[in-house]
Design a protein around this ligand. Structure first.
Ligand code: SF4
Length: 371
């Protein structure tokens, strides 16, 4: 409202969240655990003079350890869980021929928009929690089980390209038994400020690896950071063939690129599945109207509010423009290329989770608590 014009509310909020993070990091009774979203690694370097799209995951991990984080993980692991849960939910609905199209649910700005503007569509929105929330819940479960020499409170801080994630993490229905699964969200820009404030020379940091037991990520989990990534990851999950040309075929299916509305068709188990990919809520609205008028028909629709997906999030370094976003997207696909595991269900970490903390506990990955 009015206040925004006269006082720097945004700046104050940034300070408040950073201060809360420092408080947790200095508290000896807290074990502070980071999870880093895919889009952060191809953008944070820009605040230190690196080119957009340069991959600095190893440096982020090193910086977080210097800042005092006890454990550092990759949100792409959470995304691998989301791929499997969402792909199975979609197949289930296709087989039952109900509540289609299924809309993705991992972007909180889109989720809130659907809730407020299209409550009638909410049963079409996936019950899957976002990768950040799924992973927060999994980390908390895992650390409850593990025997540490010291009893400490586990605090999960998510490093996100996104300001809306702050509100998502605070939603009461995302808490389990009253406990938040993601205690705090720090944006890419905020982390860059913390790194600078602490005199850490980012560009000179040596790459460090993320911690076990969530040490492996798949390319499918990483491409969540770019518009079309959720759809491509889900398609990889369905495709039985594991060879490179099958994967290449998916990448050319129409899910990639910077257009506001994209379409892809896939043959899965003898069925033709139609997928729509939109970024920007205006594009989403247009597509919804077309569907309502019966002009378009889809089985799955991926919606991301920001231009180009999370790489273009409001918490990312500025300036942002189409060229910057293209380079960041390139960086994301480069990470995917460099990873030996391409599909979410080939990630050994995920197998271990379904047989471990998620065994008979899969409902914690879903909004309505059931699967
Ligand atoms: Fe956040 Fe934008 Fe990504 Fe949505 S698309 S999750 S608002 S960064």
């Amino acid at each position: 409202g009015q206040c925004r014009v006269v006082c720097p509310t945004g700046a104050l909020m940034i300070k408040k969240d950073i201060d809360r993070a420092y408080e947790a990091l200095q508290n000896k009774n807290k074990r502070v655990i980071a999870q880093i979203a895919p889009a952060v690694r191809v953008a944070i370097g820009e605040d230190f003079g690196l080119q957009p799209g340069q991959i600095s995951m190893g440096k982020i991990v090193a910086a977080l350890r210097k800042l005092g984080f006890d454990q550092v993980f990759d949100t792409a692991v959470g995304a691998d869980l989301t791929v499997i849960e969402e792909a199975e939910e979609l197949m289930d609905r296709i087989q039952r021929k109900e509540k289609l199209p299924l809309f993705s649910s991992c972007c909180p700005s889109w989720f809130k928009y659907a809730e407020q503007k299209h409550p009638e569509l909410m049963e079409n929105v996936s019950s899957c929690l976002s990768p950040m929330q799924m992973f927060g819940a999994v980390i908390k479960e895992q650390f409850k089980k593990e025997k540490f020499s010291e009893e400490k409170e586990n605090i999960v801080i998510a490093i996100m390209p996104c300001t809306a994630k702050k509100y998502e993490a605070a939603r009461p229905e995302n808490a389990i038994n009253g406990e938040r699964q993601v205690d705090m969200v720090i944006t890419t820009q905020e982390l860059a400020i913390m790194i600078q404030e602490n005199g850490i020379v980012f560009n000179e940091l040596e790459d460090e690896a993320i911690d076990m037991p969530f040490g492996f990520t798949s390319g499918a989990g990483v491409i969540f950071g770019v518009s079309g990534g959720v759809s491509e990851a889900v398609l990889r999950y369905y495709y039985k063939e594991r060879n490179a040309s099958a994967l290449k075929g998916i990448s050319y299916s129409g899910v990639r690129g910077m257009e506001g509305v994209k379409e892809a068709t896939a043959e899965i188990d003898g069925r033709t599945v139609r997928i729509g990919v939109v970024h920007g809520l205006k594009n989403a609205e247009k597509l919804i109207r077309k569907i309502k008028r019966g002009e378009e028909k889809f089985d799955f629709i991926e919606v991301m509010a920001c231009p180009g997906g999370c790489i273009g999030g409001a918490g990312q370094p500025i300036p942002q423009n189409e060229n910057v976003r293209k380079l960041r997207a390139k960086g994301i696909y480069k990470v995917d290329k460099s990873l030996p595991i391409k599909r979410s269900d080939d990630n050994p970490t995920i197998d271990a989770l379904y047989n471990g903390v998620l065994n008979s506990n899969r409902h914690i990955l879903h909004r309505d608590g059931k699967h």
